[in-house]
Write a protein that binds this ligand. Structure first.
Ligand SMILES: [Zn+2]
Length: 297
């Protein structure tokens, strides 16, 4: 079995992939269309995204399954296809990754908030179980629980992955800077609280993704490293803070702007570096050049 933890053992920095959502829209996914159905209806396009990150030099890629929790798929009437969509997503990324790269099965929030009593824990947990079992079957090496803002939900996803698969588990939360200058998720969770909760549940890799760029991620990483020196940390940053130009969301940071902050991230204690919204294979190429000193065509 491929082990990300083993690959990190000698202090090696691993490079992850970039955005999927914004990339799918570039390839024609319509606003309001279910991204994960493309694993069946537009397999070649999804494979081309996975392949483009492998070609750019990523050590690992995620899967087009971020929104494939059955509760979230209900919005499209696709809840009965959850297993199939998750399995296909893992299979597509496995095909691109081959034997020498890692596949992390992406799991995003269910879309319902536990704290508000919108949904039962059992229903959320059962959905995560379907996702992790399908992605293990489809060939994922690890599960990446991401864009989390509520501890209770993240804990259920990690538990499901640990209970129903033997895969390694990464878990990353999404933060915003408050007016007081510190970082909280939408549900008010601090980086320090995240570390304690997800490690207790058994996550092998912790970190942050989406919402903000590397500049802010460095501050979150400092907060994480204050309470945890050892657990590997994964950072998937956006290409800067999004701005609106002509009614369109634009991510302002170029590959050069982002890669200029990679050294500082490494010095602060990151182990896996990748991108979230707005990042492209060109961003990954720039990270590879910065970290490995090699150019990838
Ligand atoms: Zn994102």
């Amino acid at each position: 079995m491929r082990s990300i933890l083993k690959a990190l053992e000698n202090g090696k920095i691993l490079i992850s992939d970039g955005a999927w959502g914004t990339y799918l829209h570039k390839l024609g996914l319509e606003v309001g269309e279910c991204p994960e159905i493309w694993n069946l209806t537009h397999r070649a396009e999804v494979l081309s995204i996975a392949q483009s990150y492998i070609d750019a030099g990523s050590d690992m890629i995620l899967t087009n399954t971020f929104g494939a929790h059955p509760v979230r798929l209900e919005h499209y009437g696709l809840q009965d296809k959850a297993y199939e969509l998750n399995k296909a997503g893992a299979e597509i990324s496995r095909e691109a990754a081959g034997d020498n790269h890692f596949v992390l099965g992406s799991i995003g929030p269910s879309g319902a908030i536990l704290m508000m009593g919108e949904i039962s824990e059992e229903k959320v947990y059962d959905g995560f179980r379907i996702q992790v079992e399908a992605m293990a079957k489809g060939g994922a090496d690890a599960i990446c629980v991401e864009t989390m803002s509520e501890t209770a939900e993240a804990v259920l996803a990690i538990k499901a992955a640990k209970e129903f698969t033997n895969l390694e588990v990464a878990c990353t939360f999404t933060y915003q800077k408050t007016v007081h200058g510190y970082y909280r998720t939408m549900m008010g969770v601090s980086p320090e609280e995240m570390v304690i909760a997800v490690k207790e549940t058994g996550a092998d890799i912790i970190g942050a993704n989406c919402g903000i760029g590397f500049e802010q991620m460095i501050e979150i990483l400092e907060a994480i490293r204050k309470v945890d020196k050892k657990t590997p940390v994964l950072i998937h940053a956006n290409a800067g803070l999004p701005i609106i130009i002509d009614n369109k969301t634009v991510f302002p940071e170029t590959p050069e702007m982002m890669s200029a902050r990679v050294k500082k991230l490494i010095d602060t204690g990151v182990n896996i570096v990748g991108g979230c919204c707005g990042t492209t294979p060109d961003h990954i190429r720039a990270f590879v050049k910065e970290i490995r000193g090699t150019e990838v065509k």
